[in-house]
Design a protein around this ligand. Structure first.
Ligand SMILES: [Ca+2]
Ligand SMILES: [Ca+2]
Length: 683
């Protein structure tokens, strides 16, 4: 990120923040789903590839996915100088002997980038994680007449195709050689200034950003020539206030048909309050009919003066609440996505420590997760408070949600915004209460028919706490107290409640219609069985933690047998992508047939799998365990002189009762036996 222009817009901010205050009193709001604004594409974080060592960041990413519900990641690589010598004299010909050695070498850092993307792919992030390239290029590609702090930050005239070859070759390697899945790229970070990306000529008014446009055209042509026609851009990811410099080069990008067709969304950066610079760019995009492209904050946060330069920032409650306020402002002024800078503290090579001569490899301390000790042999990370304030928004404002109108008297609750998600059957109100505890009541119109609103809140002393619920009746909800000095979320789902072990009957109209059910998990150590039984046609079962699945983008687990077969999903504490944990879990049934379907649905909470008998009888050993009817099991054995090698000795077998056993011939003097449950075993 950059420190430029961060103090702009403060006057506008003051007016916007002060306006809604009418003194601390009860708030009565009217949420109107009949007035809709932008659709939400996702909320998430920037993730620096350099921190990846294969395991240390897994708990951090787990928390982002499970606790905060992050749905969009910008995976950052710096620098952009890896083509240290030109691969050959022709930028249209990729010398793969050379590039393979760069991208496949265990001694350089690229494997970290590929492995991290592979991990995100494995967690279902195939089109919701994209690479962003930061920092300057190799010396030979850069302008030797522009030297700043001993570096060459600017692309040399005529080297646009070479820059494009560098970037394109990495993306081609990622997809074709590593088999990584991604559909977006952020090719050049903050190319309007020194060091943050490869700086390119951009005249003052930016409507004629010649070098940048030429370079982007070359990139499109190279990607097309290598079959990457479906890889689209998020950009331009500029550093500056768009109102002053022509809306972040968007006019120039959109004036070029080749680039225009590849622009997926407009990426902008903002480290100021009041939504800056989101309203200007949203207005420009709307006024010029540039949809379906939407405005994405590819970087945002409250400003931290020292965080780029190896010095920790301020992570106290007021500062942490600001991260959520900024996020709410961006959403409230029309942004469709926002990725915080950044997920965890990490090392960059394009920032310097400000000393003379500068050190260009410094820790950045912007993280939602703070590194415990930078010189530890294995880095560990702990969540900072702004992880939780941001989660108040990201956990419940889901991809596909649409922002809707909030009217009435918000009292001191500000900023505040509301969303509806028809496919999930959800309505959400999220906001900040900077003052005293405030009773909030109101009306809901033209939103999914939820039976109640549940309150979750984060304060200086608690994180994502449950604050009780209020019923929704006749389109109105009675007062519920919003805790003082909090970031809060009121959310409701149309999902019907399920009781442990009690079946419910449902029916679905033809097509892809969805029914949602909710089950509250109280035993996180056991196993949860989600079932659809006796469907009269083809159905699919989706299971989601925290929020229901829309059947497409929010699927944690699925069972999709062909025809009129039952469906079953088992979730255990060790299962991925979402481990069994306390709190609301959702089961969604989708009609996959062309006719109405009736079915029975049930959730059963089981005790952990355990052997409860092992006995010798007439030359055999009999092993018994507590089983789940319909689940499949493997019995394994190894000799008493434990080798660590388990061999299958029975199964897979499908249990028909809650107490299965097998008897096996004895082999050797003694042996170990164990029983495994096939993960997510279906009927
Ligand atoms: Ca080259
Ligand atoms: Ca070449």
């Amino acid at each position: 990120m950059t420190m430029l222009f961060r103090f702009l817009r403060l006057s506008a901010l003051a007016a916007a923040v002060l306006g809604p205050f009418t003194g601390m009193k009860a708030a009565t709001i009217n949420v109107s789903g009949g007035t809709t604004y932008q659709v939400i594409d996702g909320i998430g974080a920037n993730l620096n590839f350099r921190g990846w060592d294969g395991t240390n960041l897994v708990p951090v990413l787990d928390a982002m996915l499970d606790e905060a519900g992050f749905s969009l990641f910008r995976v950052v690589h710096d620098l952009s100088d890896w083509e240290a010598q030109n691969d050959d004299a022709n930028p249209l010909n990729m010398n793969w002997d050379y590039f393979n050695s760069v991208y496949g070498s265990a001694t350089n850092e690229f494997p970290k980038l590929w492995d991290m993307m592979a991990f995100l792919n494995s967690r279902g992030f195939t089109d919701r994680a994209f690479i962003a390239f930061m920092g300057w290029g190799p010396d030979w590609m850069m302008d030797s007449n522009v030297v700043v702090l001993g570096k060459r930050p600017k692309l040399r005239a005529g080297m646009e195709a070479e820059w494009a070859e560098t970037i394109a070759s990495a993306l081609i390697y990622a997809r074709h050689t590593r088999g990584l899945q991604f559909n977006l790229v952020s090719p050049n970070n903050e190319s309007d200034i020194n060091f943050e990306g490869v700086r390119m000529d951009m005249p003052v008014l930016e409507t004629n950003a010649t070098q940048y446009i030429v370079a982007m055209r070359k990139l499109v042509e190279l990607l097309d020539a290598h079959g990457m026609t479906n890889l689209a851009f998020v950009g331009p990811d500029r550093s500056k206030a768009p109102a002053n410099v022509g809306y972040e080069s968007i006019p120039a990008l959109m004036a070029d048909p080749l680039i225009r067709n590849r622009m997926a969304h407009f990426g902008i950066h903002s480290y100021v309050d009041g939504g800056g610079y989101t309203p200007e760019v949203v207005s420009y995009v709307t006024a010029n009919n540039l949809g379906p492209r939407r405005v994405w904050l590819t970087e945002f946060n409250r400003w931290c003066e020292t965080c780029d330069f190896g010095v920790a920032g301020n992570y106290d409650w007021a500062a942490s609440a600001q991260t959520a306020e900024y996020l709410l402002w961006h959403l409230q002024t029309g942004a469709s996505a926002a990725m915080v800078y950044e997920g965890y503290d990490s090392i960059y090579r394009h920032h310097n420590d400000g000393a003379n001569p500068p050190n260009w490899t410094v820790w950045g301390f912007w993280g939602l997760f703070g590194v415990n000790q930078t010189n530890a042999p294995v880095l560990t990370y702990l969540p900072r408070k702004h992880f939780y304030t941001m989660a108040q928004v990201s956990k419940w404002v889901r991809p596909g949600a649409r922002r809707i109108a909030v009217g009435g008297g918000v009292g001191g609750l500000w900023p505040i915004s509301a969303y509806k998600h028809d496919a999930l059957g959800q309505v959400t109100i999220v906001g900040r209460n900077p003052g005293a505890a405030t009773p909030l009541n109101g009306t809901l119109a033209n939103v999914p028919p939820v039976g109640e609103l549940e309150l979750y809140y984060t304060t200086a002393t608690t994180n994502l706490a449950y604050g009780g619920s209020v019923p929704v009746s006749g389109g109105a909800f009675p007062a519920i107290t919003i805790p003082s000095n909090s970031v809060f979320t009121l959310t409701g789902f149309t999902a019907k409640r399920l009781t442990n072990g009690v079946a419910r009957v449902g029916s679905l109209p033809p097509g892809a219609a969805l029914d949602h059910y909710r089950f509250n998990v109280t035993n996180p150590n056991g196993r949860l069985q989600f079932e659809v039984r006796s469907p009269t046609g083809d159905v699919a079962l989706f299971v989601g933690k925290t929020v229901p699945s829309d059947g497409q983008t929010l699927v944690d687990y699925r069972s999709d047998q062909p025809g009129a077969a039952g469906e079953m999903v088992l979730v255990r504490p060790v299962d991925l992508p979402k481990r069994l944990a306390k709190g609301p879990w959702f089961l969604s049934v989708q009609n996959r047939s062309g006719t109405p379907v009736n079915y029975e649905v049930q959730v059963t909470s089981w005790e952990p799998l355990a052997l409860h008998g092992i006995a010798l009888a007439s030359g055999q050993v009999c092993v018994a365990w507590n089983s789940i009817p319909g689940a499949t099991y493997l019995v394994q054995s190894q000799p008493a002189a434990a080798t660590g090698e388990w061999a299958d000795v029975a199964g897979p077998l499908t249990a028909s009762s809650t107490n299965e056993s097998v008897c096996l011939p004895l082999s050797g003097a003694a042996a170990f036996y164990r029983v495994l449950e096939a993960p997510n075993s279906g009927l």
